[in-house]
Write a protein of this length. Structure first.
Length: 269
């Protein structure tokens, strides 16, 4: 505690400011919808301040209001899809529709389940793009075990920020960039796009977000070295830096502005 900031002699000269207004939910009027939004914003703020729920050994149980819940126990994923993406197959040409919607999930496994289900319902041919994985040059003179960390093993690695070895796409599917490609051109890590053409050497897509919305761009493969510290060696994956994003992880949603959001939290996690 003695090393903490508020133990410093400078702390007496510090002014503590607390955020009390949710800017993204601001600009509210007097309609009933705005009143509901204001009530929701206040509830979120109270959760952040630790004023909602009772603490038990440092863990808070927070009761979610009934009007925010999807109570379907038979097919909760189907209900989530129909609530957040109603008639999504009829809105493939509507960029604003996909710009403002997303389902959030806690793990990549759950994200894949929902993305696969939604993409399976789309018409058109599915195309698979396989990555080329290899050890980095820095590992060549080390005790890197090529037999243990063979190509099949490298292909099986899935961590955050790394595109899949088998990237499966269809025309019309929304995707997210996993790397900075052209920041000046609006192609940053987290930018969402919609696939319009699946080529042999590049993927054409239309930007869904930001000042370059509707601009068409071509995405090519790039070398990506994962930085996840759980991987005890360096390897590189040559793949398109994209992931399907009907659904995304909660962590990946940071910085996104969305009007329709579904939070899928399976029990047992």
């Amino acid at each position: 505690m003695a090393a903490s900031l508020n133990s410093s002699y400078l702390w007496d000269y510090v002014t503590v400011l607390k955020l009390t207004v949710n800017v993204r939910l601001g600009g509210l009027g007097t309609s009933s919808t705005d009143a509901d939004t204001r009530k929701f914003a206040e509830w979120i703020l109270e959760i952040g301040n630790g004023n909602v729920g009772e603490s038990e050994d440092g863990v808070f149980d927070i009761e979610i209001p009934q009007d925010l819940l999807i109570t379907d126990s038979v097919d909760p994923i189907g209900s989530m899809i129909s609530n957040i993406y109603p008639e999504y197959l009829l809105n493939l040409a509507n960029l604003h529709y996909y710009q403002q919607r997303a389902i959030l999930a806690p793990t990549h496994e759950v994200v894949d389940i929902i993305n696969d289900r939604m993409m399976h319902c789309m018409e058109g041919e599915e195309r698979s793009y396989l990555s080329s994985d290899s050890k980095c040059a820095s590992q060549r003179d080390t005790d890197f075990n090529s037999e243990l960390y063979n190509t099949d093993f490298l292909n099986s690695i899935e961590v955050g920020g790394l595109p899949k070895h088998n990237l499966r796409l269809k025309v019309g599917v929304p995707v997210m960039l996993l790397r900075n490609v052209d920041q000046a051109g609006g192609l940053r890590n987290g930018t969402r796009l919609q696939v319009i053409e699946l080529g042999e050497r590049m993927i054409k897509a239309k930007i869904l977000t930001g000042s370059n919305m509707r601009m068409i761009t071509a995405i090519s493969r790039m070398l990506i070295v994962p930085t996840d510290k759980r991987i005890p060696f360096k390897f590189q994956r040559r793949q398109y830096p994209l992931s399907v994003c009907f659904t995304m992880t909660i962590n990946k949603s940071q910085g996104q502005s969305l009007e329709h959001v579904g939070l899928f939290l399976p029990t047992g996690l």
